[in-house]
Design a protein around this ligand. Structure first.
Ligand SMILES: [Zn+2]
Length: 169
């Protein structure tokens, strides 16, 4: 015995009953067969729809639809793309003072007193393949005086220093 849904009152009833105990709807083996067929057909269809929606949603998240035409500039979600890029770039900068990790190491290696290093302010320009980063920092010079210095360098998107363009210390 299995349960089917009464087409009249939508209550679950036995497929062996001659009529619905709730509303009195007459059941014949043909009707029961038809109801069962419908119930079987409905559930996978509903699941299939959900699955399809999930797939579309995932592709949408992956930017699947907007990358099909690469010649067109993306106008669908420029903010999100920008945010992703900013996030990618800013992970090379220290979260607490904004100093560039690779550059800080380079600066400290060349300082008289690396412990006196004090990061002031980073500025960067995004060139696509690489960034130009300008770091302002303070540190003790050979005479023990604290001086403010600047270093400008190109760094790659992995955070490695490619080339030091200028430094004044
Ligand atoms: Zn009924």
């Amino acid at each position: 015995m299995a349960l089917i849904t009464c087409p009249e009152c939508k209550k679950k009833i036995s497929d062996t009953a001659n009529s619905c105990p709730n509303c009195g709807y007459k059941l014949t083996p043909e009707k029961v067969h038809e109801i069962k067929k419908k119930e079987k057909a409905t559930n996978p269809l509903a699941l299939g729809c959900l699955f399809l929606i999930a797939i579309i949603f995932i592709f949408y998240q992956l930017d699947f639809f907007s990358t099909s035409d690469t010649s067109k500039p993306k106008i669908e979600s420029p903010k999100t793309q920008e945010e992703i890029r900013t996030e990618q770039i800013e992970k090379h900068f220290s979260a607490w003072d904004g100093s560039h990790r690779g550059l800080t190491q380079l600066i400290k290696e060349s300082m008289n007193d690396p412990d006196s290093y004090e990061h002031v302010e980073p500025v960067y320009w995004d060139h696509g393949d690489y960034l130009t980063v300008k770091i302002t920092f303070r540190g003790k010079n050979a005479f023990g005086g604290v001086v403010t210095n600047q270093i400008v360098a190109n760094v790659d998107l992995q955070g490695n220093v490619i080339e030091v363009l200028s430094r004044n210390n």
